[in-house]
Design a protein around this ligand. Sequence first.
Ligand code: ADP
Length: 270
Amino acid sequence: ALQKYKYIKMGQLGSGSYGVVHKAVNRETHELLAIKKVAHSSEYGLSDSTIREISTLRELTHENIVRLKDIIATVNGQHVHLVLEFLDCDLRQYLDTYPQASEIGRIKSIVLQILRGVRHAHMNSIMHRDLKPQNVLIGVAKNQVKITDFGLARCFLPNADRAYTERVVTLYYRAPELLLGAPTYTSAVDLWSVGCIMAEMVNFEPLFKADNEIGLLFHIFEKLGTPNKDVWRELPGLAHFSDQFPSFPGKPMQEVRGIWPCPGQGVGAR
Ligand code: ADP
């Protein structure tokens, strides 16, 4: 319990699917931090595999991944506080607030930094599984990118308590194999998300948008074509697949709105 007083809690930064995030400062070093309170629902506390994964996350040191600096358990053992380094804002807020976010050079740099962080985690056998603009943090002055929530999707169940239940989970960045309920998937799910984020930065709107899983799948199929068992052998066996799905031929990439700049109308010109 003493350890808790190492940090002074400041204002609330946001609330995510796991719990509330507060700004804080280290009493001794004056370093700024973000402290995220997460609930874990198992009455037996954190499982061995969760503890193993958290220790791995603590070792994950890369300039494009937020550092998990400390972990504090509350006295009753119901909550865990994750102490993270602090950044100015997330990519959602950045895109909505800063005009320079539309500069093509900055977009390229941000995407490259996201990919570097993702590569480092994948090389350490850690998948993110929920990459989205809200999980990409930005240091504005240096156009610095740090991915947050890496690997946490498996460690902590999204908070089932009161306040968070009505929160809508963003699906836009979810890979089709997850939407279709594939029993196994690979780190490719993160690259799908990076592609969606990149397209959104260029287009200023999400590439695929729907408020439910089936709607999102149909949007993906409309643009990229409905897959079939010739291109995806396991498809017919997937839990959420139906052979009644509409069969879209897919569109040429140039016609998928704005992914590529039109001739003479580079994205930088906007
Ligand atoms: P979740 O993934 O459960 O939605 P997040 O970790 O994304 O929760 O935190 C919610 C919000 O809090 C983020 O979108 C961001 O605005 C803010 N936040 C989280 N971590 C930090 C941090 N390290 N520095 C600054 N802001 C943060």
